[in-house]
Design a protein. Structure first.
Length: 140
């Protein structure tokens, strides 16, 4: 059994945004030399997400609109109790909970074993600072 670990770093200039990180994860897989196994990709911050979906710009815009409707940005302590701590990012915590923390992708014959149209995305909900994503690959 082998393992490979790498951190990917992001600094999204806006409060919310999405980045397709499939190529970076695929590069990690090739550097690992692992042909059969599992690839874990997870956001290492509680206001960011990693998820799998279609790489279609309309869908990503729809996510932004939908998430903002579900948990609108409001820095005031009246809307979110979390903001009473001096933070202004309670909405980002909710958005992360909805979109998820991580994905696991099977590795078959040295390739990420995706279904049709599947891609890996980093989702940022409280941007404008550096955050990291962990890529952990295990297998043979």
């Amino acid at each position: 059994m082998q393992s490979y670990r790498k951190e990917l770093w992001f600094n999204i200039p806006d409060r919310m945004g999405f980045v397709n990180i499939t190529a970076e994860v695929d590069d990690c897989l090739h550097k690992s030399g692992i042909r059969e196994g599992l690839c874990l990709v997870n956001a290492m911050h509680i206001t960011a997400s990693v998820f799998i979906n279609d790489n279609e710009s309309g869908l990503l815009r729809d996510y932004q609109k939908w998430l903002e409707e579900l948990a609108p940005f409001d820095p005031s302590p009246e809307r979110y109790h979390h903001n009473r701590t001096g933070e202004d990012n309670a909405d980002a915590h909710h958005k992360r909970q909805i979109m998820g923390r991580e994905v696991v992708v099977a590795i078959t014959a040295g390739q990420l074993d995706f279904g049709p149209w599947e891609q890996i995305f980093y989702g940022e909900f409280d941007g404008r600072r550096k955050k990291r994503v962990l890529v952990k690959i295990i297998g043979e």
